[in-house]
Design a protein around this ligand. Structure first.
Ligand SMILES: [Zn+2]
Ligand SMILES: [Zn+2]
Length: 136
């Protein structure tokens, strides 16, 4: 039954995002699942991911490439400008008062995203190593 196959695929796609702590892109999910699901297409991954977002099971993190997060409770992200990694910042409290902020316009606010950017610890370490080598 095709319907069952689709929901199975969606479950696999959901679990792949959930198992990753790296906020995978659709391509990351596709690359992970392709070896075990040879019939999978990138379009199917995109379609299922956006359905999962609509169902509230995943959140979308905007940017040059959309990334997906199975942690749907509001939290703050940090984006590395060098390697593009998106990392959870659990120590930054989510400020719910911002969700009810008065903008003086007629938009309906349902949430907000806070994104820090900079250089992640892994990239910073690499940079330091390069610098050290140069100094020798
Ligand atoms: Zn980085
Ligand atoms: Zn996250």
């Amino acid at each position: 039954m095709p319907i069952q196959r689709f929901s199975h695929q969606r479950e696999q796609i959901f679990q792949t995002v959930q198992a990753s702590c790296k906020h995978p892109t659709a391509k990351d999910v596709y690359d992970t699942l392709k070896p075990q699901m040879p019939q999978l297409s990138l379009g199917t991954v995109y379609r299922n991911l956006s359905q999962l977002v609509e169902e509230g099971k995943l959140i979308e993190i905007g940017g040059q490439t959309l990334r997906y997060d199975a942690a749907v409770a509001p939290h703050t992200h940090f984006r590395c400008m060098q390697c593009g990694a998106v990392i959870d910042l659990h120590m930054v409290p989510y400020d719910a008062t911002l969700d009810s902020v008065e903008l003086g316009e007629k938009h309906i606010i349902e949430g907000h995203e806070l994104m820090f950017s900079g250089i992640c610890s892994a990239c910073a370490e690499k940079q330091n190593m390069k610098r050290k080598k140069r100094n020798i």
